[in-house]
Ligand binder design. Structure first.
Ligand code: G3I
Length: 470
């Protein structure tokens, strides 16, 4: 990913400042020259870990009702570092009665994810479908006002907890028109989408704001071109849009096509991130899953992939067995193909250490400089943990910690505010109340764990505070 994802923060800004941030990032890339890391195979052993090593995320849709299923949460917690609420953030769930908001099920998912170091995509603020009954029967300016209030209230409620919002979902028509879908929202005026984006921007300036749709995978299709033209127009006019989500529900009627990569890269060229947001593929053919992941990895601004459920039995299309785990929780061949494609993939571009960080932001002298030798914590806990710098991007960096002297261990690592850990791999993390001190416990994945830190302007190396054998 390029900027502002995985819980990164930016100062409250309006649309023009948002554009300026993007332009500044582009200028930095131009000034420093985007450097791509060699695409050597990496050692990630889970989907989230492998994606994070390449500067991306791997997520899944989660249903709150399944969080009490141990087999489900075991896979969720082990494999994924991004979560989308499958239904719990939709309009009918969050505002069942006008002006009365209900966040319980959504918060269950958000809390489960964030307490384990996963990030959250919000789905969705405005949609023609899954509207509460009171909204379905509204029209005109009353509906427009109700929609904007909904966007404002929900985005404000989850401010700081959701890294990206599907602000508007599925607003374009199927078929050959390339135009908007008819709906009560569309009938409030063609500007309803940009109005929703502006309301979301005002409510949560730090979240990435996405347009999300299905059947937009084939570059030659009118619907794809319709969405593309809208995004191009939004970028030209400074409407605050950061990303486009491609649901990517592939089946026999809407199959994967080889120009999918062209679609992703063409949208990215408009200056937005692209994300695969609801991936499932009828029959889960390993080769097709591999192609989808390879296409994302080939596009630097394709910064994450989300599958629409964990096991086949969790899918909205269970009979199509379209997911990466079968109903008893075993990995399917498609899983192996996806993991290999992630490990073989190209990392997102790195930049030279940001020249925009002025010397005055150098950390206090008591803080070890980033050039300090690997940190070795005081002995005494029965093990030693050594931290090494790994990949570094324009906004974040990876660290790798090697533990020796114990196979069951717990390592405490601190980051310096406003840094935030946004992804971890090969360990089970927990956090203190400040969110700055992470305790990583061995989880059977070996003695090397890693994590991604969003710099938020501070490039101080994280510190290992202790290593304890258990
Ligand atoms: O929870 C109730 C249950 O109490 C009730 O007995 C039952 C009877 O119908 O319904 C249950 O709710 C269902 C809900 O899924 C949870 O299973 C709804 O009827 C059903 O409409 C809903 O379907 C969801 C669908 O969106 C419509 O919102 C699917 O789970 C969900 O996977 C699907 O997700 C969408 C994305 O949001 C947008 N893109 C397409 C994707 C697939 O349709």
């Amino acid at each position: 990913m390029t900027e502002r994802c995985h819980g990164d923060t930016r100062p409250p800004t309006g649309p023009r400042a948002r554009t300026a941030v993007v332009l500044a990032a582009a200028a930095l890339l131009a000034a420093t020259g985007a450097a791509f890391l060699p695409s050597t195979a990496s050692a990630g052993t889970t989907l989230g870990a492998s994606a994070a090593e390449k500067g991306r995320y791997f997520g899944t849709a989660v249903a709150a009702s399944r969080l009490s299923d141990n087999a489900y949460t075991t896979i969720l917690n082990r494999e994924f570092n991004m979560v989308t609420a499958e239904n719990e953030m939709k309009m009918n769930a969050t505002e069942p009665q006008q002006g009365r908001f209900s966040y319980g099920a959504a918060e269950q998912i958000v809390n489960h994810a964030r307490s384990r170091g996963m990030s959250v995509r919000g789905h969705t603020l405005a949609w023609h479908s899954q509207q509460p009954g009171w909204m379905e029967s509204m029209s005109g300016s009353a509906l427009r006002q109700a929609m904007l209030n909904h966007v404002t209230q929900v985005a404000t409620h989850f401010r700081g907890q959701v890294v990206a919002w599907d602000v508007v979902n599925e607003a374009f028509a199927d078929g050959g028109s390339g135009g908007r879908r008819d709906s009560n929202l569309q009938r409030t005026g063609n500007d309803w989408i940009e109005a929703a984006f502006r309301a979301a921007d005002a409510a949560d300036p730090n979240a990435k704001l996405c347009y999300n749709d299905y059947n937009t995978d084939n570059w030659t299709h009118a619907k794809t071109q319709g969405v593309y033209n809208m995004v191009r127009d939004f970028k030209a006019r400074g409407v605050p849009i950061d990303c486009v989500g491609f649901q990517s529900h592939f089946n026999n009627n809407s199959p994967y096509v080889s120009n999918y990569r062209t679609t992703l890269s063409s949208f990215a060229a408009l200056g937005v991130d692209v994300q695969i947001t609801e991936l499932d593929i009828q029959g889960a053919p390993a080769n097709t899953y591999r192609s989808v992941v390879e296409d994302c990895m080939a596009v630097p601004r394709c910064n994450g992939i989300t599958v629409w459920g964990i096991r086949d039995s969790d899918s909205w299309l269970a009979s199509q067995t379209p997911l990466l785990f079968n109903s008893n929780g075993s990995k399917k061949p498609a899983y192996d193909a996806v993991l290999a494609a992630l490990n073989n993939g190209t990392p997102v571009p790195t930049t030279a250490p940001p020249t925009s960080v002025p010397p005055t932001s150098v950390p206090p002298t008591s803080t070890p400089p980033t050039t300090a030798p690997p940190t070795t914590p005081p002995p005494g806990g029965g093990c030693t943990a050594t931290l090494q710098d790994s990949t570094r991007w324009g906004d974040r960096f990876n660290s790798q910690v090697t533990v020796s002297g114990a196979s069951n261990w717990s390592v405490v690592v601190a980051v310096t505010p406003p840094q935030k850990v946004s992804a971890t791999w090969n360990g089970s993390p927990s956090w203190d109340s400040s969110g700055n001190v992470m305790t990583m416990r061995s989880n059977g994945s070996g003695n090397v764990f890693g994590f991604t830190t969003m710099a938020n302007g501070n490039w101080t190396r994280p510190q290992v505070l202790s290593c304890t054998a258990s």
